[in-house]
Design a protein around this ligand. Structure first.
Ligand code: CMC
Length: 392
């Protein structure tokens, strides 16, 4: 195989053609189906964006109503599934619970797993969008020993999720509508990002004609890692560590620059963006708004802002074109909303779900798709003869 070129991390390899998301990393541009992320964040809603990503066009009022009603009708989990949440240890990471439960959906819906049957793909799409937040909130409730609430179908997608996550059966759940809107907006920002690690995983698994649930569950696991979706949790832990050890931001930046083992400025850098991540700019503004709204303030926000300022003016980061990415400020908002750190990556997953589904469907429908099967450059020993164990 003399013609194989190794491309670590596939930095220069396009694995598919896609009509879903456009990124210009040099200019800091992100568009879904042609629409600038800034406009969608300001004017659209998460379910509308989900529709746009999956079906290619913004829905009419009637299409959006149908889509929303359809999703709302499927938010319940099968009762057997609740037993799952009892089986995991109390301190289970919710991302691990989420991927397991999503994988288990293939056991409950065996009648709709055929990737080439349009109706089956459609109902699986709806079920996944509907049940994913229910699963996510149950993972949280179990971790704090609270009862699982059934979805309330009079509520919107995000509100329902918040109620199931934070509500208790004996009390009405009231939530600040501004916070609902902010979370909805954050989901929009996360909804797709072309061929990132988890999306590539979803496509690769799906290219073997594995079903949608199996493919998305693999995507959740890919997102779990700290270099990908796990970064939002890692950022907050980093900020907390710096704060606990006296708040010396400069000293921390020096450790990053010395490349001390395992020390990176989390929430900075991106494979594609060599400029300010357009999502990070929107999140930064939202963080300032939310934190002033909840009225508590957070010393970690000031710390994050001075970290950013120092990094943006430091040669190490300038030379390498490292800017804040989407994960840098999101954790501060999630924290202000009351989410424990371990739920941060789950929130990323809820946001990214429409993108995974849209990309999986595009992959399945694309006549160019072949099973994903990268080659390698073999660097092991050349042929040699087996030596019996007594002679080794
Ligand atoms: N802190 C310090 N140095 C960094 C960082 C960072 N956050 N990111 C990259 N570098 C350095 C890296 O050491 C290397 O330097 P040198 O050329 O001297 O060896 C150079 O910048 C290029 O880095 P790379 O690791 O080759 O870049 P990559 O494209 O393979 O990795 C990344 C991209 C996002 C994994 C990386 O920037 C990183 O680890 N960032 C921190 C984790 C993070 O915030 N991830 C979230 C990404 S955005 C949303 C998502 O995908 O979830």
């Amino acid at each position: 195989t003399g013609h194989v070129a190794v491309d670590p991390g596939y930095a220069n390899t396009a694995s598919c053609a896609s009509a879903i998301t456009y990124i210009d990393g040099e200019a800091g541009i992100l568009r879904y189906r042609g629409y600038p992320i800034e406009q969608l964040a300001e004017k659209s809603t998460f379910l509308e964006v989900a529709y746009l990503l999956i079906y290619g066009e913004l829905p009419t009022r009637k299409q959006l109503d149908e889509f929303t009603t359809n999703i709302t009708k499927h938010t319940l989990l099968r009762e057997e599934m609740r037993l799952f949440f009892d089986g995991f240890p109390r301190d289970a990471h919710p991302m691990a619970v989420l991927s397991s439960a999503v994988s288990a959906l293939s056991t409950f819906y065996q009648d709709s797993l055929d990737p080439f049957d349009k109706d089956q793909v459609e109902i699986s799409t709806i079920r996944l969008l509907a049940k994913f937040p229910t699963i996510a909130s149950y993972a949280h409730q179990k971790s704090i020993g609270r009862p699982l609430l059934y979805p309330d179908n009079s509520l919107g997608y995000v509100e329902n999720f918040l109620r199931m996550t934070f509500g208790v059966p004996s009390e009405p759940y009231e939530v600040d509508p501004v916070l609902v809107n902010v979370l909805d907006m954050l989901f929009i920002l996360h909804a797709d990002h072309e061929q990132n690690c988890s999306t590539s995983t979803v496509r690769l698994v799906g290219s073997s004609h594995a079903n949608l649930f199996a493919s998305v569950s693999a995507g959740v696991n890919a997102l779990f890692g700290p270099l990908h979706g796990g970064a939002n949790q890692a950022v907050l832990e980093m900020l907390q560590d710096i704060y606990n050890s006296g708040g010396d931001v400069k000293a921390f930046v020096e450790r990053v620059k010395r490349k001390e083992k395992g020390v990176r400025l989390m929430g900075f850098g991106h494979r594609v963006y060599r400029n300010y991540d357009p999502r990070a700019a929107i999140v930064k503004k939202a963080a300032q708004e939310v934190l002033s709204r909840t009225g508590q303030g957070d010393p970690l926000l000031d710390l994050a802002m001075s970290l950013e300022e120092i990094a943006l003016n430091d040669e190490y980061f300038i030379e390498r074109k490292l800017y804040p990415n989407v994960d840098f400020y999101t954790g501060l908002i999630y924290k202000a909303m009351g989410f424990p750190t371990e739920m941060f990556t789950v929130l990323f997953a809820i946001g990214r779900l429409p993108g995974w589904i849209a990309q999986w469907r595009e992959m399945i429908e694309d006549p160019m798709t072949r099973i994903g099967r990268p080659r390698q450059l073999y660097v092991g020993p050349s042929a040699r003869d087996y030596v019996p164990i007594e002679q080794r």
